[in-house]
Design a protein around this ligand. Sequence first.
Ligand SMILES: Cc1ncc(COP(=O)(O)O)c(C=O)c1O
Length: 395
Amino acid sequence: MGSELIYLDNNATTRVAPEVVDEMLPFLTEKYGNPSSMYSFGGHLQKDLELARERVADLLSCAPTEVVFTSCGTESDNFAIRGLVDAYPEKGHVIMTKVEHPAVKNLAPYLRKKGLRVTEIGVDRKGNLDLEELKAAIDGDTLLVSVIFANNETGVLSPMEKICEIARERGVFVHTDAVQGVGKVPIDLARLPVDLLSFSGHKFHAPKGVGGLFVRRGLKIRPFLIGGHQERSRRGGTENLALIVGMGKAAELAKARLPEEATRVRALRDKLEQGILSSIPSTEVNGDPEHRVPNTSNIGIHFIEGESLLLAMDKHGICASTGSACASGSLQPSHVLRAMGVPFTSIHGSVRFSLSTYTTEQEIDAVLEALPGIVSHLRDLSPFHSMADVEAFGA
Ligand SMILES: Cc1ncc(COP(=O)(O)O)c(C=O)c1O
């Protein structure tokens, strides 16, 4: 990492691993052929495409033929949900949650416009899904349950085994948006019976613009991009070979590094979190501390504006986020934190720190040194410093 920048926004995107760049370079220079060509200059590249597929499949413990390459996580989510809905026109009900990423959440109005019913299941104060509400929502018309695997804002993990059990008992398909889970926690699709799982390369040290969808063998799904025979006719379009090769390498690295890195990153995340909670009054963790990916910490800092904090941290070279990158820029507080019932005194001051394999202890120490002063300065500018101030103001 560069000497001044402290990049703690890895749920927005990650640094491309140098090994990934090395692996990709020949495909951006001399190996420019089309893998579908009959002559060997192009056709030989088919084996590089398939090696990438094997590496991704190995990370997810599924068959290579169950991996379809796409252009991003958003495409994978759209392919999964729209592709399944179109394949089963006789079914009219889809279930999702109130804490989905916009790549799923914003499909709800689209589906409703098509005439489907969409139910959005709530979460508790810690961000855990209400499984009773899920059970009650399923009826004979339900086609699909789509649940985020790991929340991009809080890192909270969904109880996927239980969700699959509930859905399968009633003959309902399960899709999971695992964009924030892949590479961070082990995912074993030989055991976890989801039907569809989305992922995105740039969240695990591959470049932006490549992702994938796991489609369980035998599942009926309409192709999202109708065109050529690529991806076994499930996604037309000449394969973006360089990026796919890069994602394959990133998957291989993630698999090799996962157990040790998860432990190391968790320890750094916990140090950051404990340090903030103990040095800055009126702070709390948003999201169940027991059921989270190891790299994410969402901290509610009462009585400040998160955006002011981000700007102040930026002056110290610290990159973090107030929520999903897609939601920032809007003054609306995060729909995820609202669904969790985070109080108004901290919902605007909630900041997400997300670490990666490139995060160092020195960086965490530097944040812990800078943050108390920054927050104290911002609170001096705020009309509210405590709940007593809020009550006196009648807010
Ligand atoms: C949970 C989740 N799903 C989907 C996406 C979209 O992925 P992409 O940026 O590759 O389209 C993101 C990106 O932030 C995400 O965090």
